[in-house]
Design a protein around this ligand. Structure first.
Ligand code: ATP
Ligand code: MG
Length: 146
């Protein structure tokens, strides 16, 4: 089996967070990815336990907002997706907008839908190594279409 080694094609993990599912914007988020030519190669809905949310955001465990963040992330269903495309890690982050919706560029998902710096609709991996780890947190290689 060969991995993609054309140098630019990447995968990243996207999550529609509980606030995004609650606000009914799953389809809108997916539309914005597809409109940009990004392919969805795996997708599932689930609800994280508190422990699973803590595991996913373990890198932030010393931050003052960790308890609140993991409480929020386990408060309702989420939609996890694997996105694939050229430079998709950075392109997804651009479509999402800045963490704080007040600082996010116009037309980004967070500027358009997020209510706060914590409840900001979407997650996106921030680098190739975290993308691999985060995709594995939710998906087996067999779950990903090629
Ligand atoms: P994500 O990792 O969810 O894609 P991000 O990379 O833009 O978002 P991070 O710095 O990794 O932002 O923070 C992870 C998440 O923690 C944010 O998306 C947000 O939900 C929450 N968060 C970040 N900073 C704060 C803060 N100052 N107060 C409350 N929650 C925060
Ligand atoms: Mg992050």
């Amino acid at each position: 089996m060969h991995h993609m080694e054309d140098g630019t094609k990447q995968r990243t993990l996207s999550i529609v967070k509980p606030d995004g599912v609650g606000k009914g914007v799953i389809g809108e988020v997916v539309r914005r990815f597809e409109k940009e030519g990004i392919r969805i190669v795996a997708m599932r809905m689930l609800r994280l336990s508190r422990k699973q949310a803590e595991g996913f955001y373990a890198v932030h465990r010393e931050r003052p907002f960790f308890a609140s963040l993991t409480d929020f992330m386990s408060s309702g269903p989420i939609v996890a997706m694997v996105l694939e495309g050229d430079d998709v890690i950075a392109r997804n982050r651009k479509i999402m907008g800045a963490t704080d919706p007040a600082k996010a560029d116009k037309g980004t998902i967070r500027a358009d839908f997020a209510g706060s710096i914590e409840q900001n609709i979407v997650h996106g991996s921030d680098a190739p190594d975290t993308a691999v780890t985060e995709i594995r947190y939710f998906f087996s290689e067999l779950d990903i279409v090629s």
